[in-house]
Ligand binder design. Structure first.
Ligand code: ZN
Length: 459
């Protein structure tokens, strides 16, 4: 038995009637122009699953709860990232390992349903509600790992080092008590997680606000091979505070003081100068863009057109998980550039350098966004997903009979998935089918547990 796709995006472009066999979680054979065997599962257009480079899974539980103006005291100014963060801190105060597991499982199921097959979890909710470490200091991380196992998504776990409330080693605030480590306790946490089966482990110094230069060096030294992720230059006030502290902008400071290389993921990097943008591109690091969250929080727009034109590499992340959608993230990434530059198809073409597929002259924006986002796998310590023998069998198929892909072929299928609402039908992760007819197989149980938790939490 094998999978048979009407069309599939292989390493040298789209092919019709592609038969794929699976072997031990990997792709066995790939045969274009094949007739289906009687026992084959017949499916619509297919492509490799996408990496989600930046998630805080627990924030899925507060999606939609920070969209009302006026929940602030007079004189506090307008709603902003910083008032959203207060709402997030209040939600965090109520979560235990079971609650984190329930929310993360729903978030990961929804990621798979949308076409993400791997996720980088930027995990900073470490301790009990009073700030004391749990008896097992890795219990919250284990809740995340269990959610990934329940759903089948490939997990890169990025335990976060968080020690300060502001630049210059300022003391942490009471509401940050569940996040905090010193370098020794953090090393013990990493040690406890180092033997996890099937999980890629990295580290995440939270931001230049939350770590001192010495701590940054100590924490990055703990990940000699794994990915290193950091939030950076997300908000203008952060840039100004960094200038006051160091005389340099956040990205400028990081590139001058840390060995930033292709293992790094600079999350957001929204506020960068052309010189900083060019320097990130030269470093080979991934910029982890989270267009929906960045729009939701009013962060700003990253200069993606210029960065890709300089050979820069990006990944996309669902970050706050206020809405989970691989196609939706890519669509908003392009629309942000259109609204900024007053043009169309602005991210088309740039990633041809990554794909090796010869351009036919017409460049699809959807295909360009798709290939660019596949590069994000680098930030998860994984090879880019592809439909080729020996690759992990991470496969996404669109609904064959949906009107949004009627009479489409080739890259227009990706354009229609990203821009016209063609839905995902089926998803395999490491060779196991996890999503059918657009729904995760474990969704009923995951949903029931999630709804019961939210009713209790928000009562
Ligand atoms: Zn984040």
């Amino acid at each position: 038995m094998a999978l048979w796709f009407q069309q599939a995006l292989l390493t040298d472009g789209w092919h019709d009637h592609v038969r794929i066999t699976l072997e031990d979680g990997r792709i066995g054979t790939v045969t274009p122009g094949a007739a289906p065997d009687p026992g084959d599962e017949r499916l619509g257009p297919a492509f490799a699953g996408l990496p989600n480079v930046h998630s805080h899974a627990f924030q899925r539980g507060m999606a939609g709860l920070a969209e009302q103006a006026g929940a602030k005291k007079p004189g506090e100014g307008s709603d902003s990232f910083w008032t959203w963060r207060e709402a997030m801190y209040r939600f965090v105060d109520r979560l235990d390992p079971e609650g984190l597991h329930a929310i993360a499982a729903l978030a990961y199921a929804e990621m798979l349903e949308s076409g993400f097959t791997s996720v980088g979890e930027f995990h900073y909710l470490h301790h009990a509600p009073d700030g004391a470490p749990y008896a097992d200091p890795a219990v919250m991380a284990h809740a995340v790992v269990q959610a990934a196992r329940d759903t089948g998504i490939a997990l890169t776990l990025l335990p976060v080092f968080y020690a300060h409330s502001h630049f210059g080693g300022a003391a942490p605030s009471q509401s940050q008590r569940r996040f905090l480590h010193d370098p020794d306790s953090f090393a013990r946490l990493l040690d406890a997680l180092s033997t996890l089966d099937g999980v890629t482990l990295g580290v995440a110094p939270h931001s230049l606000r939350a770590v001192t230069p010495d701590e940054l060096a100590a924490v990055t030294a703990l990940a000699p091979d794994g990915p290193i992720h950091i939030h950076i230059a997300e908000q203008s006030p952060e840039v100004e505070a960094c200038l006051d502290w160091s005389g340099q902008r956040p990205v400028e400071w990081l590139l001058a003081h840390a060995p930033v290389d292709p293992r790094w993921c600079l999350v957001h990097a929204t506020h960068v100068t052309p010189a900083e943008c060019a320097a990130i591109a030269r470093s080979g690091a991934i910029v982890g863009l989270c267009p929906i969250t960045e729009a939701n929080l009013g962060d700003g727009v990253f200069p993606a057109r210029d960065f890709l034109a300089q050979g820069g590499r990006i990944g996309i992340g669902s970050d706050s998980n206020v809405e989970i959608g691989a196609a939706a993230e890519l669509r908003l990434l392009e629309y942000g550039q259109r609204l900024t530059h007053h043009g169309r198809n602005l991210l088309a073409g740039a990633p041809a350098q990554f794909t090796g597929i010869q351009s036919t002259g017409v460049q699809s924006t959807g295909a360009s966004l798709f290939h660019a986002a596949q590069q994000g796998a680098q930030a998860l310590g994984r090879p880019p997903a592809r439909l080729a023998p020996g690759a992990p069998a991470d496969i996404v198929a669109l609904r064959a009979d949906h009107p949004a892909i009627a009479a489409r072929s080739g890259d227009r299928l990706l354009d229609s998935w990203i821009f016209a609402g063609a839905p995902v039908d089926s998803v395999w992760c490491a060779g196991k089918k996890r999503v059918s007819a657009g729904l995760h197989h474990a969704r009923p149980a995951i949903e029931a547990r999630y709804v019961a938790l939210l009713k209790a939490l928000l009562a």
